[in-house]
Design a protein around this ligand. Structure first.
Ligand code: URA
Length: 287
C-alpha cells in the first residue's frame, strides 16, 4: 500500500506532466484510455455483399456516461446570452463600453459582461497592464495560459520576448500600456472567433480612448485587422503606420509581428527590429 504522501506526490507529478505537455483543460467528465482504444482490434471489414441475413449487432453500450443535459442553472448562465446572438451582444457591448469614464470603470463593466462565452472558460479577465497614461500602447490578440493564470497580458514566453524588444529600443514595459483585443483566453489557445472579437472590440476601443496613447503598436494580424479594418496579412502590413482616430486627435498605429510568431520564426526578428527602430524614431520625433 503506497503511503498517502507518496501517492499525493505521484498525482501532482502526473498533473504537472500533463500541464507541461499542454493538457490544461478537461474535455470530458470521465477519463478515456485512448491507448487502450487504439490497441483494440480493428472491426472486421464490411463484406462487399452482405450475407443473406446478417446477425444484428448487440446494442452499443457507451463506455462512459453521456453528458447530462445542461441544468437549468447552466442554461440560465450559458444559454441565451453566451452564444446565441453575437450581433445583439456586440451592440450591448458598445452601449456598456461607452458608459465607462475610467479604465477602472471599464474593467468593472467588462467583468460583468457575460455575453462572451470565453469568460466562462477563462480563469481570469486579462484587462491590461502598465501605465494608464502611456504614450505607447501595445495590443495583442488574446491571453494565453500564463496570462489567464496571472490575470495580466504578455506574461509568458511571448511577453518575455516583448519585454526584450522594448528594452532594445530603450522602452521600459512599465512606461507603456499593454492590452489584448480579447480579454479572456480562448480555450486551448484557439483563435477567437469573429463573433467573439466583435463582442470584445467596443471594450478595447474604449480602453484605447481612455489611455489616449500617441502611438499604438499592433502585435500581429488579428490586432492590426481589428483596429484598422484591413484584410491584409501581417507580412504585408508590418512596418506600416496607419492613423487611428481618437477623440483628442489622431494616434499613429504601427503594425508589427507578434512575438509568438517570432519565437517560431526567429529569422523574422530582423523585420521586427526594423519596425521597432521606426517606433523609436517616431517617439524621438525623428520621423
Ligand atoms: N499573446 C497575446 O496576443 N497576448 C498575450 O497576452 C499573450 C500572448
Amino acid at each position: 500500500m503506497p503511503n498517502p504522501a507518496d501517492a499525493q506526490a505521484d498525482l501532482i507529478a502526473y498533473l504537472d506532466f500533463h500541464t507541461e505537455a499542454g493538457v490544461d483543460m478537461a474535455l470530458d467528465e470521465h477519463p478515456h484510455d485512448r491507448f487502450a482504444e487504439a490497441d483494440a482490434p480493428e472491426p472486421a471489414a464490411r463484406p462487399r455483399k452482405a450475407p443473406a441475413r446478417p446477425a444484428l449487432a448487440p446494442p452499443h453500450t457507451p463506455s462512459v456516461a453521456p453528458f447530462p443535459p445542461p441544468s437549468p442553472a447552466a442554461r440560465a448562465t450559458f444559454g441565451r446570452s453566451a452564444a446565441a446572438e453575437p450581433e445583439e451582444a456586440a451592440g450591448d457591448a458598445r452601449a456598456r463600453a461607452r458608459k465607462a469614464a475610467s479604465l477602472e470603470e471599464l474593467e468593472a463593466i467588462l467583468a460583468g459582461f457575460d455575453s462572451c462565452p470565453l469568460r466562462f472558460t477563462a480563469k481570469n479577465l486579462v484587462f491590461g497592464d502598465g501605465n494608464p497614461q502611456a504614450k505607447v500602447m501595445f495590443l495583442g490578440e488574446a491571453p494565453g495560459a500564463d496570462e489567464d493564470r496571472i490575470g495580466k497580458p504578455f506574461m509568458g514566453r511571448s511577453g518575455q520576448l516583448l519585454d526584450k524588444m522594448m528594452a532594445a529600443i530603450g522602452l521600459d514595459r512599465k512606461e507603456t500600456y499593454i492590452a489584448n483585443v480579447v480579454p479572456w483566453r480562448p480555450p486551448g489557445n484557439r483563435n477567437p472567433t469573429p463573433q467573439e472579437v466583435a463582442m470584445c472590440k467596443p471594450f478595447v476601443e474604449r480602453q484605447i480612448e481612455l489611455v489616449g496613447p500617441e502611438l499604438i503598436v499592433c502585435l500581429g494580424a488579428p490586432a492590426t485587422q481589428t483596429l484598422t479594418g484591413t484584410k491584409d496579412g501581417i507580412l504585408k502590413t508590418r512596418g506600416r503606420f496607419f492613423s487611428y482616430a481618437l477623440p483628442g486627435g489622431e494616434a499613429k498605429l504601427l503594425a508589427t509581428l507578434h512575438p509568438a510568431f517570432l519565437l517560431r520564426q526567429p529569422l523574422q526578428k530582423r523585420l521586427a527590429w526594423r519596425d521597432f527602430r521606426s517606433l523609436r524614431a517616431v517617439l524621438d520625433g525623428k520621423a
